[in-house]
Ligand binder design. Sequence first.
Ligand code: AMP
Ligand code: MG
Length: 416
Amino acid sequence: MISVEEAFEFIEQRVGGLPQLDAEKIPLSASVGRVLSRAIVSDVDSPPHDKSVMDGFAVASRDIRDGVTDFRVLETIVAGTMPTQTISSGTTSRIMTGAPMPPGADAVVMVELSNIGYNAPTPDEVTLNWNGPVENFTAGKHAMNRAQNFAKNQIIFPAGHTIRAVDVGLLAEVGAANVDVSRMPSVAVLPTGDELVDCGLLPGDSQIRNSNGPMLKAICQNSGAEVVDLGIGADSVDDLTAKIKIGLDQDVLLLSGGVSAGTMDLVPGILKSLGVVQVFHKVKVKPGKPIFFGVLEPAASKPCLVFGLPGNPVSSLIGVHLFVSMALRIMTGQKSCRPVGRPAVLSAPHQTRGDRPTYWPGRWAKDPSAAPGAVEPLRWNGSSDLFSLGQAEGLILMAARKEPWAAGEQVFYFPF
Ligand code: AMP
Ligand code: MG
């Protein structure tokens, strides 16, 4: 059985070796969550001109250092206008936040330090009293230089960057009204099992609701995929074969259930009969061991990655978090694709042990007396127990070992 690290390597090799998804141009307003296929380069300087960052008076800083206090006011410069006068010794122009600095001025004295009120009309003469050692009033005070934030032709985001809501303002500033992004991978989702009923129905005596279908769809949509819902597959060769065939036309096929060692675990055999080449089956991880990964590479059409996830919902979830999301990131050209855990310490002793690394539902410790960076493992009954996932904010990775864990021991935390 391979380790999680080896599974990462297999996915990197196999998915990284496939042609990347095509690019498309989309409006900025629809771009959050999408991955840039081409770098964004600025077409402007930021700021576009030397500018004031205060409402006040633009001066030559030398004047203040020389002790000049009385100035003749040349004009008023508001944001959106250009100055028409040049500042020389003993002169100033009233200036508003964001307005271009006039030639000759290199600093701004706040209106609060003048003898006029905030909203008073601009006078012909003004007294400016810098409150502090005048040698501290240097060039650049309350002003910014042209291109101080970034310059025209500078790379703002590289290809492979995932656009976040917080990036949109910056993208607008550099004129990226449309952006080139990787096409969304299409992911077919097929939960399997005769015991499953749709979540809108009340299950009969031997039935349970299909949790995995909606969950896998949601996680994939959240990772920027386009989901194709194949309904629920019955534990029958005919039904599964028909549905899997449809799924294999997509970029990715996600199955849940039917991949382990029960009499109804038909999925690996059917995949093989349809030409899917197994890359791995079973990974040393708890929960989620029976996971299957394979690739179909038809001569005439695009390849399809196939993940067969174990049916227990938490096993499925962990398979998606560890392996499927990573494959989707590689397909869309993102840079660091492996899931990254942050070092953390356990807030409490913990009994889990065994020969497989365990991903346990947890969260940052809520107790104010907890150590900094402490994570709290939640009460959890194992791979069928989604209730603790509802309280969890992430997964705590505990290495394989014989001894139980003590409070304060180092673990890795993977926030959702
Ligand atoms: P399997 O991997 O098919 O052997 O299923 C393992 C366990 O997960 C069984 O208890 C199934 O009833 C349960 N299970 C399988 N698929 C789902 C699903 N879509 N939603 C909730 N539980 C499931
Ligand atoms: Mg089953």
